[in-house]
Ligand binder design. Sequence first.
Ligand SMILES: Nc1nc2c(ncn2[C@@H]2O[C@H](COP(=O)(O)OP(=O)(O)OP(=O)(O)O)[C@@H](O)[C@H]2O)c(=O)[nH]1
Ligand SMILES: [Mg+2]
Length: 188
Amino acid sequence: MREDNKIVFTGPVGAGKTSAIAVLSDVPIISTDAKASDMTINRKGHTTVAMDYGILHLGEKSKVHLYGTPGQERFDFMWDILTTGGLGLVLMLDNTRPNPKKDMHFFLHAFKNYISDVPVVIGISKTDLAPRPTTTEYAEMFAEVSQDLQMLNPVPPIFEVDGRNKEDVKNLVMALLFSIDPGIGAAV
Ligand SMILES: Nc1nc2c(ncn2[C@@H]2O[C@H](COP(=O)(O)OP(=O)(O)OP(=O)(O)O)[C@@H](O)[C@H]2O)c(=O)[nH]1
Ligand SMILES: [Mg+2]
């Protein structure tokens, strides 16, 4: 494992990206959450407008820099900026959203170039509120969506995660780090 490793969290509004980075980071996160004046219909108080940033320490020497994108499409100019130099993607999808398959399609399309070079893992949040689709159903969706998008990616690891739960988020991120570098076990 290198000393400095960067990974990126993305996914729709409310999927739990900021929560996940906050719960996993060993330092207080740098966040750009603003009051979501136009989103009161969703009863969501804050939304990320530029980025989240936190750090996960692995062993003595290695660090994982955790970057989160905004979920809202109007801030998509940040997405290319944030993926530069990244080694992997965490896609968080929210089971309470009206059409998670559409969300998956949207984000795989948006990050298609990035994930043609780096591994991806998928975290499904809010399964406490909405149990379906299941991870098996997401794997089937991924196969269809990636075929639609003519992507060559194999079906990635897909976990249920509560964005507020450190163990859940850590398992997801470790799965990504193992895909990036199977030797990472030595650093933990
Ligand atoms: N019930 C439940 N709530 C969750 C879960 N994960 C995150 N949350 C809550 O969902 C809300 C939104 O989470 P955020 O972390 O702000 O979502 P985000 O992906 O950063 O959203 P944007 O910045 O707007 O794109 C917060 O109130 C979290 O506490 C989960 O698995 N279950
Ligand atoms: Mg956020």
